[in-house]
Design a protein around this ligand. Structure first.
Ligand SMILES: [Zn+2]
Ligand SMILES: [Zn+2]
Length: 350
């Protein structure tokens, strides 16, 4: 089969490799689309501790069930079904796995990192993933291409599960990448009356912001975000802040612009060696602020994401700026890095 093989930093080659054999307790998927994620970019440019070359990465996958091993008990799927895959696979033994929170398993093994991923014509769903029901059927009316956005949307849903966004809320999102815009679209669909997006790469924010109605876009280089949020909310402050970027400034300022009973999601992580921030904890105390984290997502978030896309409550097509064949994957990665596209989806086969 054809696969984009990651041989190391800045070295991905599209090659012919052995088509993986489906063992008794596995399921083989014929991949149709796999979207490029920010973490794929990081792996390509900087490496990733769980990706050991040679490896096939890619985890925002849609495909077709190609073969089901003879020992597999999975009545929800049959050969030929159109599916997506849950990325986080847990050890199956720890406390978090016991609760079905495989994303929080200390020994999590993700598809597209530890296990071979979607930038190839076929992939194997490993036995643990089969047991954890990581294969999810796409709703009938969801096109395969749009389905590749279920994974990133599921992460956004996991983040917003904690935030209780309601009618009338003012939501401020730091970061104008695809995840930031997905947060905006989801917050709108939950009834937020005002969604404000902040990004110092303002030209880019404006370029993509035009495709979504009703957003307020702010340039932190020119505008005091705090003053502007207070002005827009009659001095109350924001109800919800989401930091969808790896910036300390967003986390500290985000806390300062919240009103009473405000909620903040530190959705984007900070660089590993530079992740300590200093905050005025009295803000949290006196205003009864809730601070949440969020990492990856779980099965129920995928199911919700698939529903939102199929019901058109989230228009997945708007996020896809480019579709490229597998051969052009490096071009796709460069394109995503340049910031010229929101989502680039790789087509691995029809
Ligand atoms: Zn992703
Ligand atoms: Zn575990």
């Amino acid at each position: 089969m054809k696969a984009a093989v990651y041989h190391g930093i800045k070295d991905i080659r599209v090659e012919e490799i052995e088509t993986p054999v489906c063992k008794k307790d596995e399921v083989r998927i014929k991949v149709n689309y796999c979207a490029i994620c920010g973490t794929d970019l990081r792996t390509y440019f900087y490496g990733h501790k769980k990706v050991v070359p040679p490896a096939v990465i890619g985890h925002e996958i849609t495909g077709t069930v190609d073969r089901i091993g003879s020992d597999v008990i999975y009545p929800e799927i049959k050969e030929g079904d159109r599916v997506t895959l849950v990325t986080s696979i847990g050890c199956g033994k720890c406390k978090m796995c016991g609760k079905g929170l495989y994303n929080l398993c200390p020994d999590t093994r993700a598809i597209g990192y530890f296990y071979p991923g979607g930038f190839a014509e076929y992939l194997i769903v490993p036995p643990d993933a089969v047991k954890q029901k990581a294969i999810i059927k796409l709703p009938n009316n969801t096109p395969m291409k749009e389905g590749s956005l279920i994974e990133p949307l599921s992460c956004v849903i996991n983040g917003q599960n904690y935030l209780n966004i309601e009618k009338g809320d003012t939501v401020v999102i730091y970061g104008g990448g695809p995840i930031g815009f997905m947060h905006a679209a989801l917050a709108m669909s939950s009834g937020a009356s005002r969604v404000i997006m902040v990004d110092p790469a303002y030209e880019r924010l404006e370029m993509f912001g035009k495709q979504f109605e009703g957003l307020i876009l702010l340039d932190p280089k020119k505008t005091s975000i705090k003053d502007e949020v207070l002005r827009l909310t009659n001095d109350y402050g924001a109800d919800v802040v989401i930091t969808a970027c790896p910036a300390k400034q967003a986390q500290t300022e985000g806390l300062e612009i919240l009103g009473s009973k405000g909620r903040i999601s530190m959705f984007g992580g900070l660089p590993r060696d530079n992740s300590v921030i200093s905050i005025d904890s009295n803000i949290i105390h006196y205003k009864e602020i809730s601070v949440f984290g969020s990492f990856a997502s779980n099965r129920r978030d995928y199911i919700r994401a698939a529903e939102l896309i199929s019901e058109k409550k989230i228009d997945a097509g708007r996020f896809i700026s480019s579709v490229l064949p597998l051969e052009k994957i490096v071009e796709g990665i460069e394109m995503v890095k340049s910031g010229d596209v929101l989502k680039c989806v790789i087509e691995t086969g029809k």
